[in-house]
Ligand binder design. Structure first.
Ligand code: N01
Length: 546
């Protein structure tokens, strides 16, 4: 096919990790695929998040495709936690290796996807005027891709350089000799602040909520370690797929308070030394039992106090508003120590909120901060943001945005009632951001590809979940979340960072291994909870058979 074909079997929206693999897998089934990507290049998250210090918080050897054994053996990661630059280089390599770019039109944003019941086709429209019809519509639009620019009074009047970490410029940004303000202390802020502080004249960190952050213990990977991983990759992947988070680590077999104090400290030391976000998994009850969480907090808070010289600043950097792990623990390199530098000032917005942004800087209730550059590290409209920016309409003109006005409603995070032949990759209702996004993307795409095989075998034209299956799945997701401490934190998992967004815990928190088993069971039971329509497609409907 050429990218100009006006009718294809499947449209894939997005050229990030999930979309790229979807193109590969669908083509391998003999499908005609057309992809659209709003950015000028591939890579999704890793294309846009070029801010200084951007790295993945999942180990590189795990945060990589497993579908191509030769690729897995040939590619060698240089560091334990890969930089944005290395991950993007890897994705470009994968795309070249499997000729994936040829499926895509870049710099082309999908504006609408509309289902036509008569022809049983999707019509996908773009901002370049390109339009295509397809039997299937696969949305790989990303979970953390729609940036959040808070509506702070005067924001657009700032006369200096203004950047968002999630839309970082491709040209080098020079901080030298500049007074830089950074709003936000989530993963993006915490990763970038130490690097920016190395060359800026002064850094003012505008912190509304402190976050738990754990040193990455990043290091170059030795040839011996790489050889050992490559020799045992299949087993490593098997364990990762069975695990809760998509990495081959399992928590201690006992609860945090079922072991004595010495054993508890030994385990915390071990996971602290392992580094980063994984600390949330030291004990199995750490994010469900308040007492278990409290001992984990105490341990980490004592470490933070050791890293920050000024005790008063240390206290301001310690979260008091959420149990540890219920917002994603940040994986940092030298974050807390940065506050020991003379050129870094913490501005506590809980004490002195921002009142406005002016041409020359940021005003709080107490002070005016003159700035040359302002960095928004203010995160994303997560999980639903990118989908809601597309006008998606299913049967009877049903609008996805309206259907989800009280929170996203999916079956398995993959499909929506009333939207036949539409699949979402890493969607709300799937483990998604709570697990290794590469393996979860592979699991979703493989599941869909096998579902399409099943449809072909039965001559089915459309597939769609029942409303009951969706309601049951939403209830299951809510019940799983309610059994944890996660709903007590004002996190982006709950949409709490976006004014007016319904407060619903969006990812499935039952674990990646358990989720995959449920998906497999659904498939083995003949796609239980889905309705398959085997009726003939009206003439001109373009039901393409392999
Ligand atoms: O975004 P965030 P992020 N005034 O939403 C603050 C992944 N990720 O881009 O908490 C002042 O976490 C906001 O304050 P508050 C990872 O999953 C991974 O940092 O709302 N402040 C918060 O401090 C991560 O969890 C990696 O009070 C305002 C910050 O902005 C997710 O992406 C690296 C404000 C936003 O933090 C999102 O991380 C980067 C306002 N009006 C990202 N509005 C790694 O792999 C917002 N804030 C390591």
């Amino acid at each position: 096919m050429t990218t100009q074909d006006s009718h294809v079997d499947v449209v894939v929206v997005g050229a990030g990790i999930a979309g790229l693999y979807a193109v590969h897998r669908f083509r391998a089934r003999g499908m005609r695929v057309r992809g659209f990507e709003s950015a000028s290049g591939l890579g999704g998250t890793w294309f846009h998040n070029r801010y200084p210090g951007a790295r993945c918080d999942v180990e590189s050897i795990d945060y990589s495709y497993s579908f191509d054994e030769d690729l897995q053996q040939e590619w060698t990661w240089s560091e334990r936690f890969a930089t944005q630059e290395e991950i993007l280089r890897y994705l470009e390599h994968v795309a070249d290796r499997h000729d994936l770019r040829s499926a895509y039109e870049f710099s082309t944003r999908v504006t609408a996807a509309v289902y036509d019941e008569d022809t049983r086709q999707w019509t996908v429209e773009t901002d370049t005027g390109a339009s295509v019809t397809a039997r299937f519509c696969v949305l790989a639009t990303g979970v953390l891709s729609a940036t959040n620019m808070p509506d702070i009074p005067g924001r657009d009047t700032f006369a200096g350089e203004l950047h968002h970490t999630g839309e970082w410029p491709h040209q080098p940004v020079d901080f030298g000799g500049k007074r830089v303000g950074i709003i936000g202390t989530g993963s993006s802020g915490i990763q970038s602040i130490p690097i920016i502080a190395e060359s800026a004249d002064h850094v003012f960190v505008f912190q509304r909520s402190p976050n738990y952050s754990i040193p990455a213990r990043n290091r170059p990977l030795t040839p011996e370690f790489v050889a050992e991983v490559k020799a045992t990759y299949p087993e490593r992947r098997r364990l990762s797929r069975l695990s809760g988070g998509g990495s081959p680590y399992t928590p201690h077999p006992k609860g945090a308070l079922e072991v004595d104090a010495a054993e508890r400290i030994r385990v915390f030391d071990e996971w602290w030394d392992r580094g980063g976000v994984l600390f949330a998994k030291a004990f199995p009850d750490q994010t469900s039992d308040p007492a278990a969480n409290a001992v984990a907090r105490e341990y980490v808070e004592a470490e933070i106090r050791k890293l920050v010289r000024d005790p008063e600043i240390a206290e301001q950097l310690i979260p008091t508003d959420h149990p540890i792990g219920t917002k994603r623990i940040v994986t940092d390199s030298g974050y807390f120590e940065t506050y020991n530098r003379a050129n870094v000032t913490l501005v506590n917005l809980r004490r002195t909120p921002i009142t406005e942004i002016t041409a020359s800087g940021v005003c709080t209730s107490e002070q005016i901060y003159d700035l040359d550059m302002l960095v928004f590290a203010t995160g994303f409209d997560a999980m639903t943001g990118a989908l809601s920016r597309i006008d998606i309409r299913g049967r009877d003109g049903r609008e996805l945005r309206a259907e989800w006005s009280a929170g996203p409603r999916t079956y398995l995070g993959l499909a929506v009632a009333g939207f036949p032949n539409m699949f979402i990759l890493s969607g709300p209702g799937s483990p998604s951001v709570l697990a290794n996004m590469v393996l979860t993307a592979e699991q979703h795409v493989d599941w869909i590809a096998e579902c399409l095989d099943f449809m072909d075998e039965r001559n089915a034209c459309t597939i769609e979940p029942t409303s009951e299956a969706v309601s049951d799945w939403v209830a299951e997701c809510n019940a799983k979340a309610a059994a944890t401490l996660f709903p007590t934190a004002d996190s982006w998992y709950l949409g709490a960072n976006i004014p007016g967004k319904p407060r619903v815990f969006m990812p499935y928190i039952g674990g990646f291994g358990a989720y995959s088993a449920i998906c497999d069971d659904v498939a083995a039971a003949g796609y239980q909870g889905f309705e398959l329509d085997a009726a003939e497609v009206p003439s001109g409907g373009g039901h393409h058979r392999r």
